[in-house]
Design a protein around this ligand. Structure first.
Ligand code: LLP
Length: 381
């Protein structure tokens, strides 16, 4: 919640900047952890959502592990106090350098996505005389009904190993002596607000674990990824996602074998609502159908609206005018896609007003670029 006292502080800070509410972050983490602990599940934080050190450190105090998708994320996890035995390393294209680095750190496991990658990890592990722990990322072919760019669990997507390749993979694993298969990994997509795809995922997971059991393979852990969505429309009334319903589905549906652990990798659900991008109106310009409110923040600070046509609630923090008008809220970048919202109802808006773009704690700052040689926006906590 952006209270008048917080907004007053904003007036003294150079814009644009990311504002993070660490109290809300802690409340969100407590809510998630309560459900996870209820069932003895294991929760990793998906670093890709936000790698700001203060956020990583706060999350670490709640005892979460790290889900990383690059060597630098693994390094960042270690630098921020995450123990290597709680770090998972996923991604379709891990480079040799990244694999070598993660091998040196003795991480919890590599979530491996292809036959060729398994051969490379084995070869590099052999050179180091190490055994790399592997979870096979399987593609469950479950539609997450989310934006096509963030759907990952369909056979047509580049992610994971498809079911028809499983036998070949298992035969290969028998040959690769420096790999130890410890788990299975799944992730069907992101910003999933209808919980049914997670139910379908559970059914698929059970099919795969039964199959593996029939083949005499013991799995120490199952990782069902992340993807739980948030309410972008109501960042204040529903600031914390419904973790209770989400984790309950897995508790009720996944059939774990004795001693088998269930792991999760949540990103957005933990951090999205604790962040806002704060910007100032540089100019108001009359358009044909609406006016333009031109901000000092653009797609370089937050690319989600341009890339996924994503909705973020936009608020004028300075105006208390009763007269509302429609504005296309745009940035200064030389691209027509540099638009945060079209025909947004805002109170009469003028040059210098502070604008908040809400729910930008996930996939905001981390996806920033310096296109147009823009400076990186700073963070305020
Ligand atoms: N695990 C894996 C293997 C993933 O690929 C992802 C996200 C996660 C976990 C965390 O998913 P989450 O809980 O945050 O939904 N830039 C996009 C989102 C890309 C998500 C990529 N993978 C956006 O702004 O919507």
């Amino acid at each position: 919640m952006l209270t008048p006292a917080i907004i007053q502080k904003f007036t003294e800070i150079k814009t644009p900047f990311y504002y993070y509410d660490l109290e809300l972050l802690k409340k969100t983490l407590s809510a998630a952890k309560k459900e996870v602990d209820k069932y003895g599940f294991h929760l990793h934080y998906a670093f890709k959502a936000n790698c700001t050190s203060e956020i990583l450190k706060t999350i670490h105090t709640f005892g979460l592990g790290a889900d990383c998708v690059s060597g630098n994320e693994v390094k960042c996890a270690i630098e921020n106090g995450y123990a290597s035995e709680h770090i998972v390393f996923a991604g379709v294209g891990k480079s040799d350098d990244e694999i070598n680095y993660a091998l040196d750190q003795d991480i919890f496991c590599f979530n491996s996505e292809s036959l060729q990658e398994l051969e490379v990890i084995n070869e590099l592990a052999t050179q180091k005389n190490k055994i790399a722990k592997i979870a096979l990322r399987l593609n469950p072919n479950v539609d997450a009904y989310t934006h096509k760019y963030i759907t990952t669990g369909l056979e047509e997507n580049k992610f994971g190993i498809n079911a028809h390749e499983l036998d070949k993979v298992l035969a290969l694993l028998k040959r690769l002596k420096n790999l130890k298969l410890t788990g299975l990994h799944f992730h069907i997509g992101s910003q999933i607000t209808d919980l049914n795809p997670f139910r379908k995922l559970c059914t698929k997971v059970n099919e795969f674990t039964t199959l593996m059991e029939q083949k005499g393979i013991h799995l120490e852990h199952i990782n069902v990824g992340g993807g739980l969505g948030i309410n972008y429309k109501e960042p204040d009334t529903e600031a914390i996602p419904d973790f209770e319903s989400y984790f309950k589905i897995f508790h009720e549906m996944i059939k774990l074998r004795k001693g088998q652990e269930l792991h999760f990798e949540l990103g957005r659900a933990l951090v999205a609502n604790c962040g806002s991008l704060i910007s100032r109106v540089l100019y108001i310009k009359n358009g044909i159908n609406t006016n333009f409110a031109i901000l000092d923040a653009g797609m370089t600070e937050l690319i989600r609206p341009a890339l996924y046509q994503a909705y973020h609630k936009i608020e004028n923090l300075s105006s208390n005018s009763d007269s509302y008008k429609k504005y296309d809220v745009v940035g200064p970048i030389c691209e027509s896609s540099d638009c945060f919202g079209k025909a947004v109802d805002l109170p009469e808006t003028k040059r210098g007003d502070l604008i908040a773009i809400r729910s930008t704690g996930a996939y905001g700052e981390v996806m920033a670029s310096n296109y147009n040689l823009r400076e990186k926006a700073h963070s305020v906590f």
